[in-house]
Design a binder for this molecule. Sequence first.
Ligand code: GCV
Length: 694
Amino acid sequence: MKNLALMFLLFFIVSSLKAEDGHKLWLRNQNPKPVKIICSKQSATLDIAQQELKRGWQGTPGASIVLNIRNNKSIKGDGFILDTSMIQANTEIGILYGVFDLLRRQGTGESIDHIVSNPSYELRLLNHWDNLNGTIERGYAGRSIFWHNGKDSLKVTEKDKILWQEYARANASIGINGAVLNNVNASPQMMTEEILKRVKAIADVLRPYGIKTYLSINFSSPAVLGGLKTSDPFNSEVIKWWEAKVKEIYSLIPDFGGFLVKANSEGQPGPQDFGRTHADGANMLADALEPYGGIVMWRAFVYSPTSDDRAKQAYAEFMPLDGKFRDNVIIQVKNGPVDFQPREPFNPLFGAMKKTAIMPELQITQEYLGQSIHLVFLSTMWEEFLNSDTYQQGEGSTVARCTDGSIYHHKYTAIAGVSNIGLDTNWTGHHFAQANWYAFGRLAWDNKLSSNDIAEEWIKLTFSNQSGISDKNNIDWQVFFLYPVKQMMLQSRETAVNYMMPLGLHHIFAANHHYGPGPWWGPKNVRPDWTPPYYHQADTNGIGFDRTRNGSNAVSQYHEPLSSQYNDLNTCPEVYLLWFHHLPWDYKVQPKADQPLAEKSGRTLWEAICYHYENGLQQVREYQKLWDKEKPYIDEQRFSEVQSKLRRQCRDAQIWKDGCLLYFQQFSRQTIPYDIERPIYNLDELEKMDMSKI
Ligand code: GCV
């Protein structure tokens, strides 16, 4: 009888699951109820706010809600106050954010009782690494939604506009308020009149959703495009060229946000080409933008091929410039000192640059984390980063507090995420990669949110079949779908670290594409800091990069007590062991009671490495089993697409494990512990494999 009831319930659930392609993201607006809206003002943004309420209302049918723009001291910037029958904000966009938050709460079953919500960062931007020919650098979800190639590529079509509007809506729903439309490896062509006209068309669609448009610029545009003899930021003709260009941009886009600049990095031109500093270059552009309220986001992603340690360079180049930038310049710093690795300590510039505004740059697109194939929820990584204590102004000076205006008071606070979207129907290639877009927006709005809450919200909004989470049938859904899937998401980043680069290993990817393993890849004609052996330093004596005081001394860039903590093997967190230390293979990994991930007492480093790789692989296998069990709770299309990606992730995790263990074993000269499953690939076949196509 019990079985019959269960079968009936499953049949009911399955038959009510409509096919979904993921295009609607977390905004699925199922069965809205009628609502009365009272709003005394009219504008494009308020019209959208009202439409959204009608499209998604899940509260009492026929209830009334007042949209009230009235100043209130407890509301900051575009924040809002929510009550069951009123949304209050200082700005129109604040009302729209309030509407989306109210609908989100209705969808997840959270309370709506006098909520005051203010953004952590004033500027919350997506960076698109989209090229003018429609390709996307490190994009894994199809081509650009902004740029196409071929004839008529600049013609703005209805299809373009619909997509841009959907994009703007999704961003507004999570509080994102800026978009840089082109790659930081920027083409000078970006500044041509015809391209700027298309930028204007995009800006016009994004504007009512509160999204400002920004552009990446190429520092040598005055010479390459303007025909000047130089692009020296001190040259008066160059200064005039930029002033005229900025004027032209603002005549088309009056609320244009400003420029993002990658200068003197990975071959991009910059002020150092003319003997000037980053500050000289940034300030020249900042002066041109200042009369219009525009800003410059100047990236600190710099490293030269000759340095002894790439991880030290941003700090070395930028610290001496602290206090030399205009107040409309923000230094954009990647979370870690190397490059968006599966795990890095925070970049020591955070908190250290006190007289200059600093903004974190996170990577939503999974360049180094399995691209659009592996299921990796990045929120836990960003939470770990934001909560890292820099100690720069005493204990509790977390990266979040050093960048959001709590500790230092600069003109702007900002955060950016490198976008993972493209023309794929589901926007992000992998259905679960949508959660990373969502999580970035939520954390940019509130940097104290937990990944647990973000994951739970996202699952409810993205997969729940019934509206109104309080429905009693949902107990089954919560126990058998929500909680296990949430656990999988929360664990997934650690899993990827395990099967890719545990214990502080980093940048051991195969060449260029950064997908599969390539710890062996080190051709003589390639600059060493682009090859894995530079980072893992494995030899018969041991493995790891010595950044202690006896090594590159990168530890000195961190404030005490961190500097000594990282320097000392007894206190260095295990997760950063091989980031900061070069250790012998038989080093006994110390148990550290306060670390949840601590190794078992008495394991050698070699054994610990082996178990991490094995655990990573086994964890992905568990996800595969878990997902298969979720079939009754999810529509066929999304179920099978995720299932197929998980199969590939399992195979790739196996390749990572076999490749890394067999390669490092040549140096450790020790057996892989016998309770670990044996490799199924040979090292020589892996070394020959094209790791971008595994
Ligand atoms: C846009 C890494 C990536 C590059 C990227 C660069 C950057 O090196 O591999 O594709 O270029 O970072 O952030 O500028």
